[in-house]
Design a protein. Sequence first.
Length: 352
Amino acid sequence: MKCKRILSLITAAALCFSLAACGGAASTASSVASSSETATSEAAPEATPAAEDAASPENAADGLRVAGLKGPTTMGLVNLMESDAGANYNFTMYGAADEIVPLLVKGELDAAAVPANLAATLYQKTSGAVEVACVNTLGVLYILENGDTIQSVADLKGQTIVTTGKGTTPEYVLRYVLSQNGLDPDSDVTIEYCSESTEVLSKVQAGEATIAMLPQPFVTSALSQVEGLRVALDMNDEWQKVAGSQLVTGVLVVRKDAVEADPEAFEEFLNGYAASVEAANTDLEGTAALCESYGIVAKAALAQKALPECNIVFERGEQMKTDLVNYFQVLYDADPASVGGAMPADDFYYGV
């Protein structure tokens, strides 16, 4: 791996996706991305010597300071990180989103790939000092079944679904999809919540549950561990059927002062990011190897299997705004605190 400008590579045994620095939104931060990052970071390797060398202060560039989380929200960045152009930026990886929040608030970071509703919360917390530049990850939630009963959402009636995310995004997404398909989440199905994805998987492995909702890349790992387990429903597809827009997981949020300081340089960064995402979706083997090298995923083989299912995108402009507004509205209706207490205003959407 080339020695790129990564300020720090911080591993975490598990992610407790809280926003203590963001006041009342702490309990409702997106555990979709949290679970996704946990699935990769729990087994992530220690920083390699090359990464440690790149983390030294003398290797720091003077350009945009960009942070990412281990997991899908950063997989689309790795090709830019490894490119020659990547030497112009300071890339930092963290194990948990609550490490990124205070740095963005204080202006010690310029941009970060984070869960979508965290971006909305940061907008409120900073009184509009940040904006969302692009959507980088669509839905990563899937309904898994050990069996062949579930072919549609309607087939979930009378079933027990084991998942994570009580009081957070996974619950809101599941309840919305169920209700829009004519099912009462409180009476037509039984939703059993676990504290983390590993607990969900253990129940499926033990035969205590046959239907579960999990995020990628944990889904890929689960499918390899439980014989007969299959993907029954893609929640991104099911969301799109009833919401008329795509389900969003991750975005790139940026401080407005960083953009205003050099608009052309930021556009150049976005162009490089778009090319990096394209490479992530076309050069699976190369991208997977980089994911392992940068400590985002423990093994390249797992990353290569998961990449096609992680819905990594580069979406900006009106499509970005449409998808996010619809997504935020569902979260706001379920719990206003999940998006920082209010819907973001139009100035939250960069370039729209």
